[in-house]
Ligand binder design. Structure first.
Ligand SMILES: [Zn+2]
Length: 130
C-alpha cells in the first residue's frame, strides 16, 4: 500500500471532522483486515507522518498533513482529467492510477487543472501552496 494513498485516506477522514483515524476506518475504506490497517497506521507514525495513539488511532502532524494535502491534490486533479475524458467512476479510477501518475503527465495535469478550486464531485482541491 502506497504511503501517499494512506495519507490521502487519512486526510479525507480529517475533512469530515475525524482527526483521529482508527484501524476500523482504514480497514473499511481499503477492504483490508483491521489488524493490517492498524499496522499500516503504526508504520505511518514510524515514518514520521504523525502519532499513533494506542486503541485510538492515527493523527497527522505537520509533515504528514503536507504530504496528505499533496496526495489529495493529485487525486482530485486526476479526477478533473478523468471527468473530461468521459470516465464516470472518477474517484474509483483515480484511486487506481494515482500512485503511478508522475513526471510529465502530472505536470500537464497540474498545468491544465491546477487553478481549479473543486474536483468534479465538488470537494475542495488543496492548494499547491502549503
Ligand atoms: Zn472528487
Amino acid at each position: 500500500m502506497e504511503t501517499s494513498v494512506l495519507l490521502r485516506i487519512v486526510y479525507a477522514a480529517n475533512e469530515t471532522g475525524m482527526y483521529v483515524v482508527g484501524p476500523s476506518y482504514l480497514s473499511s475504506e481499503l477492504g483490508i483486515p483491521k489488524s493490517t490497517a492498524q499496522k499500516l497506521l503504526v508504520k505511518l507514525a514510524e515514518q514520521g507522518y504523525g502519532v499513533y495513539i494506542p486503541r485510538k488511532g492515527f493523527v497527522l502532524n505537520n509533515k504528514g498533513l503536507k504530504e496528505a494535502k499533496k496526495a489529495m491534490r493529485k487525486h482530485r486533479l486526476i479526477e478533473c482529467l478523468l471527468e473530461e475524458i468521459g470516465v464516470t467512476e472518477i474517484c474509483l479510477e483515480a484511486a487506481r492510477i494515482e500512485s503511478v501518475v508522475e513526471g510529465e503527465l502530472l505536470e500537464v495535469i497540474e498545468k491544465r487543472y491546477g487553478s481549479r478550486k473543486r474536483c468534479p464531485c465538488g470537494k475542495l482541491i488543496p492548494s499547491s501552496y502549503f
